[in-house]
Ligand binder design. Structure first.
Ligand SMILES: NC(=O)c1ccc[n+]([C@@H]2O[C@H](COP(=O)([O-])OP(=O)(O)OC[C@H]3O[C@@H](n4cnc5c(N)ncnc54)[C@H](OP(=O)(O)O)[C@@H]3O)[C@@H](O)[C@H]2O)c1
Length: 282
């Protein structure tokens, strides 16, 4: 089975390659070789390779940057997804697209289900929702996974930011009024490896289990790393960002479980393994 992973050099791409490499023929591209906004370049890849499934992890992931660079965010996240859907449909190839909790406004106080009304909190969320819609309008054999708060070995993430800040500061302010489920890219890649074997197409919410605020997540990171630092709990208004963030965007994994897929472990367990890897890296 041939699997084309777009954006394979990114954070999730790194773990997908590690998880899938032994069992599948992987075709790996990133922005430097194949730009997903360019339909001709995509056609070339499909022409030259035997592809059964595309996993589109290529994305413009600069959430704050998306507010000022609207065109590039839309081109990559929405048009890129549309291009891949067109080609996938034409060649009867399955497609996986990774979407985001930012398609919701964050005003709920219990976990979001797949059928909840979307209302993107920021422009990045709007582009990811448009990507979802283009795929749904174009083809049937798709899996759309909404996830959130990703961290992994490759590229920057919240855990690395906290550890870096602790090197030069005696105290750190972290927002305590935004809730989600931190998700290890390795665990998400394992979940994707289950999906690949099924034909239960559709939209899924997939994250590690459990929920916390960013403040609680930071506290856990420093406990695991055994770093003593003064953590100050602040509210969102004290940490303004160009793109709004949801107050509560925990994603219910109930549909995922009901379809017979395995639950992802508790985020605390994922974080423990990740930090072991991160802290012992030379
Ligand atoms: N990170 C999160 O917390 C989070 C949360 C929810 C959903 N997601 C979604 O999960 C997926 C993976 O996220 P990630 O954090 O692993 O992303 P990432 O580390 O930013 O990786 C994305 C990759 O896509 C590449 N890329 C950008 N524009 C491209 C283009 N036009 N054509 C081909 N490749 C392009 C990037 O290259 P350059 O680095 O050279 O630009 C990068 O290698 C994305 O779809 C993202 O929207 C992420």
């Amino acid at each position: 089975m041939g699997i084309w992973i777009t954006g394979y050099k990114g954070m999730l791409g790194y773990d997908l390659v590690k998880i899938l490499n032994n069992d599948y023929e992987l075709i790996l591209t990133d922005k430097d070789t194949t730009d997903i906004t360019n339909l001709e370049e995509i056609k070339e890849i499909v022409k030259e390779n035997e592809i059964d499934l595309i996993i589109n992890v290529a994305a413009y992931t600069n959430v704050d940057g998306s507010e000022s660079n609207k065109q590039i965010a839309y081109e990559v996240n929405a048009i890129g997804a549309k291009n891949l859907a067109i080609i996938a449909k034409e060649h009867d190839i399955k497609l996986i697209y990774i979407s985001s909790d930012y398609v919701f406004n964050g005003n709920k106080s219990n976990p979001y289900i797949e059928n909840d009304k979307t209302d993107p909190i920021n422009y990045y969320g709007e582009t990811k929702l448009q990507g979802e819609k283009f795929i749904q309008e174009t083809m049937d054999k798709y899996f759309i996974i909404r996830t959130q708060w990703l961290y992994g070995i490759n590229n920057g993430n919240f855990v690395k930011t906290m550890l870096k800040l602790a090197e030069n500061n005696n105290e750190i302010n972290v927002v305590n009024d935004q809730y989600g489920s931190p998700t290890f890219t390795k665990d998400l890649a394992i979940a994707i490896s289950q999906l690949i074997k099924s034909d239960k197409y559709g939209l899924y919410h997939v994250t590690n289990s459990g929920e916390c605020s960013w403040f609680e997540f930071a506290k856990l990171i420093f406990e695991i790393a055994n770093i003593k630092i003064k953590l100050n709990s602040i509210v969102t208004s004290q940490y303004p960002t160009p793109a709004k963030r949801p107050k509560y965007s925990v994603l219910s994994n109930e549909k995922w479980l009901n379809e017979g897929f395995k639950p992802l472990r508790l985020f605390k367990d994922g974080l423990n393994e990740y930090m072991d890897l991160e802290l012992t890296k030379s």
